[in-house]
Ligand binder design. Structure first.
Ligand SMILES: [Zn+2]
Length: 324
């Protein structure tokens, strides 16, 4: 039973399950809505889905770790049978219908909203976009793989690496009094071969805004997505965007950088570090974006504790954000 929770962990897991059933009707609504594409399924989809949920909740490292727990009383009681083999769990999960899973997440969102567990963050509802890579390999690949060339070091030949990349959108609501804030993953979209990351993100946002038209007002994203099509897409749908501005070649960056010398910053404190903030609310140096943009620069001074000699040094970190 390697990596399966001990007695104390099982008590917490059981409490979590009871909560999920009571508040989100986990088995009856979330799990029951998911089907898979097997023509004559022998193992019910619900058994696989619930096993995988327990795998994540118990933070087991792999499907094999899950298989090792197959005959535990916990699973027999909850699933009504033993956990199936790692191969079966993998095969059935790959055939699961994504729309059913999305409806399950939407149901969880509706319940959280009804229970007022998703308050705005200083009056704004925020979502964040994030790109993740997985399954990098030089040997194994599938039709959905992206490819890149990794240049060999010390005279070794270049190699083709296969990988998968996904973009996720997550809600970042504020915290209720005396509670940790909820983090709810709304949806996820794989990047297709021959497609840039912005195209993937627009496809994802189109679907998410269609399903959750009022779930967020502002989208936070990496510098990677700081392009005019991304800004214009969100503006056209009544949303705001906030991205880190990194491209020093861009006119907007140069214009903003040129203004810093002439404008006095505001002093502030963030995470016990002293900050200098500059704010330029109405810049029109990005003509491809269909409105003026606001650029904020933050210069942060913080203490660094050196490990060998116990003295402190000061570090500085600067960042620029653009918002429309
Ligand atoms: Zn692949």
């Amino acid at each position: 039973m390697e990596a399966f929770p001990g007695k104390e962990g099982l008590t917490i897991l059981r409490r979590l399950l009871a909560y999920a059933e009571k508040v989100f009707q986990f088995s009856g609504t979330v799990v029951a809505g998911v089907v898979d594409r097997r023509p004559q399924p022998r193992i019910p989809t619900s058994v696989v889905l619930k096993s995988v949920a327990a795998l994540f909740w118990a933070r087991m490292g792999s499907l094999n770790a899950l298989e090792l727990t197959a005959h535990s009383r916990f699973f027999r009681r909850w699933l009504g049978q033993s956990v199936c083999s790692a191969d079966s769990v993998g095969r059935v999960s790959a055939l699961m219908d994504a729309d059913g899973l999305r409806q399950g997440i939407h149901h969880i969102y509706d319940q959280l909203k009804r229970n007022k567990a998703l308050p705005d963050h200083q009056g704004i509802a925020i979502a964040v976009l994030d790109g993740h890579e997985s399954h990098a390999s030089y040997l194994r690949h599938c039709p959905g793989c992206l490819e890149r060339t990794i240049h060999g070091k010390d005279g070794r030949a270049d190699r083709t690496q296969f990988y998968h990349r996904q973009v996720t959108v997550m809600l970042l609501p504020g915290a209720r009094p005396h509670c940790e804030p909820v983090r709810l993953l709304l949806d996820h979209e794989p990047q297709r071969a021959e497609e840039g990351e912005v195209a993937t993100v627009l496809r994802l946002l189109e679907r998410v805004i269609g399903s959750y038209p009022r779930a967020f007002d502002l989208v936070l994203a990496d510098a990677l997505y700081g392009t005019a099509p991304f800004f214009n897409f969100l503006l056209a749908r009544g949303k705001h965007a906030l991205v880190v501005l990194k491209d020093e070649r861009r006119n907007l960056y140069q214009d903003a950088a040129g203004l810093f010398a002439h404008v006095l910053p505001q002093e502030g404190v963030f995470r016990s570090g002293k900050c200098l903030w500059w704010d330029f609310p109405d810049l029109r140096s990005w003509p491809q974006v269909k409105t003026s943009v606001r650029v904020i620069r933050s210069l942060e001074t913080y203490s660094v504790r050196r490990q060998l000699c116990a003295t402190s040094a000061k570090g500085r970190e600067g960042s620029m954000c653009v918002t429309a």
